[in-house]
Design a protein around this ligand. Structure first.
Ligand SMILES: CC(C)(COP(=O)(O)OP(=O)(O)OC[C@H]1O[C@@H](n2cnc3c(N)ncnc32)[C@H](O)[C@@H]1OP(=O)(O)O)[C@@H](O)C(=O)NCCC(=O)NCCS
Length: 210
């Protein structure tokens, strides 16, 4: 509730929006700014081929790769093209995954969201939980009208998690992405602000009644 009040009336001006860096708290998680000192923790999961294989991220070989990655994320934020949060559990200030927006096209009110989580935390509802405040921030803070995600056809976890958040399937983009030396067909799903508002009001009504 406090978050919605904070967002109301603000323009999608990243200078204001990203400074101070917006931080969120969910039932089980904190979402916070990623710093260079987090590189060693990010390395733990981005050095795992199984984590990176369905993404365009290269598997990190050294902590230096992870440091460069953190710098790249920070630069995207400075250039107002993207914003990424580090996900931590509440008991340890250690980043176990990242979630954020990329390809923010301001004049089209559109951005893509992406996510990567350390394997030991998969299928515990963590990314679905982490995306709730991020999506709210996208629509209310960044003033997005459409949030989209493209992902590999066999990435069932991503599909299931996004379905729970109200994303709708739009189709398959044939050989739309090129990474790891190959063209890949990807599924495209999206969530529109009007659908999100409808879902939010339905969920509020349900909570009031129960
Ligand atoms: C994709 C990813 C971020 C999902 O994070 P997560 O925290 O595991 O996701 P969640 O647990 O919130 O949701 C996944 C859902 O898929 C379901 N699922 C997973 N595998 C499934 C399968 N084979 N069949 C049916 N459902 C499946 C899970 O049960 C869960 O649903 P539930 O909460 O109803 O049980 C994580 O798997 C990851 O980091 N993967 C590698 C990187 C990646 O692919 N990123 C996305 C690129 S677009």
């Amino acid at each position: 509730m406090r978050f919605f009040q904070w967002c109301r009336g603000r323009k999608a001006n990243a200078q204001e929006l990203f400074k101070p860096f917006p931080q969120f708290e969910t039932k089980k998680l904190f979402l916070r700014e990623i710093n260079l000192s987090d590189a060693k923790d990010i390395f733990k999961f981005l050095s795992d081929d199984e984590v990176t294989k369905n993404t365009d991220l290269k598997t990190h070989s050294t902590i230096r790769d992870s440091e460069k990655f953190v710098k790249y994320l920070k630069k995207g934020c400075e250039k107002e093209k993207s914003i990424w949060w580090g996900i931590t559990t509440k008991d340890r200030n250690v980043i176990i995954g990242i979630v954020g927006f990329t390809n923010w096209i301001k004049n089209q009110f559109r951005a893509e969201t992406g996510a990567v989580l350390s394997k030991e935390y998969w299928n515990q509802g963590i990314m679905t939980e982490a995306k709730v405040p991020i999506i709210s921030f996208g629509f209310n803070g960044m003033k997005l009208n459409r949030i989209e995600v493209t992902f590999m056809l066999h990435n069932i976890s991503t599909m299931e998690s996004l379905k729970k958040l109200g994303f709708q399937e739009e189709g398959i983009l044939r050989e739309c992405r090129f990474f790891k030396g190959q063209f890949h067909d990807v599924k495209i799903v999206s969530l529109l602000k009007k659908d999100f508002l409808l879902l939010s009001s339905a969920s509020n009504a349900f909570q009031k009644r129960s």
